[in-house]
Design a protein around this ligand. Structure first.
Ligand SMILES: Cc1cc2nc3c(=O)[nH]c(=O)nc-3n(C[C@H](O)[C@H](O)[C@H](O)COP(=O)(O)OP(=O)(O)OC[C@H]3O[C@@H](n4cnc5c(N)ncnc54)[C@H](O)[C@@H]3O)c2cc1C
Length: 251
């Protein structure tokens, strides 16, 4: 339950509020997830007046302000089309106008298509205080450590990578039972991430060469059972989707 609402105008003010011990204070992006967060009384710091809604390309890097909405992101002309597909799959048109890039990445569970795609693209998150840059993979592994008292201000990704995104769901608009995102850089670097299961998107491989891609995907989901699907099914489908992504990249 939200018991305090703040809309600071400076990052310093925002950090001061976020670092209070009581009440526990969280950044508020679009508010679409945090509104359901807890019964505990919490305070929120709305990020909308902090100037974090810029979206610009610098060379081959896309710099996405934390408060950019998912809809603004998919309207960016140079966005890889498969990333746009993952964003559309993440949230409906109405939600996309409200949900922010940072809020979606911070709250992503294993079923998050956008989280899976950004993990494959090796997105980098800038956090304050401390001006620290961490990869999304490291952030996911230590989310509980990185988030308290901190604010994501910027998300950066390389536009050099080609991306493919494939999924299986109960219906086209449902969140995935299994999804795969494969990014390939001109250097030959390949990164495969899987989703549809677990607490976070899963990084399967980061390296050169596609030998063993299918097997790696199968193995990563060999225990991926829950109420939606058996591990056997997920493992099989993960291998198929990884292979499909590879073919989609024109290989
Ligand atoms: C009913 C419903 C069900 C959903 N189910 C799923 C699901 O199963 N899987 C899934 O992946 N997505 C799901 N989503 C979509 C998604 O998680 C969120 O709705 C949305 O994308 C979050 O973005 P937001 O900007 O509204 O975040 P908010 O609700 O504002 O914040 C979400 C979290 O991110 C933190 N946060 C926000 N901004 C920042 C920042 N700048 N720096 C640091 N932390 C920040 C907040 O403190 C909060 O903890 C669901 C959405 C809805 C409405």
């Amino acid at each position: 339950m939200i018991v305090e609402y703040h809309r600071p105008r400076t990052l310093a003010e925002a950090i001061e509020l976020l670092q209070r011990k009581q009440p526990r204070t969280y950044p508020l992006g679009g508010g679409t997830a945090i509104n359901f967060k807890t019964e505990e009384p919490i305070a929120v710091v709305d990020v909308q007046a902090l100037g974090l809604d810029t979206l610009e390309q610098q060379g081959q890097l896309l710099q996405i302000g934390a408060a950019v909405t998912l809809q603004q992101l998919i309207e960016f002309p140079g966005l890889p089309s498969a990333l746009g597909d993952a964003v559309r799959h993440q949230a409906t048109y109405n939600l996309r106008h409200q949900a922010t890039v940072a809020g979606t990445l911070a709250s992503a569970d294993g079923r998050s298509p956008f989280g899976v795609a950004m993990l494959a693209l090796d997105a980098q998150l800038k956090l304050i205080p401390g001006e620290r840059t961490v990869s999304y993979g490291d952030f996911l592994a230590l989310r509980e450590e990185f988030l308290p008292g901190h604010l994501i201000t910027m998300v950066t990704l390389s536009l050099q990578a080609k991306l493919s995104y494939e999924y299986v769901a109960r219906s086209p608009a449902d969140l995935p039972i299994v999804c795969a995102a494969l990014a390939r850089w001109p250097s030959g670097r390949l990164r495969l991430a899987l989703g549809g299961w677990g607490k976070t998107p899963t990084l399967v491989l980061d390296g050169q060469g596609q030998e063993g891609l299918r097997l790696a995907a199968q193995s990563a989901f060999s225990n991926a059972a829950d109420e939606w699907a058996s591990a056997e099914y997920r493992s099989h489908v993960a291998g198929v989707l990884a292979q499909r992504c590879w073919q989609d990249l024109g290989e």
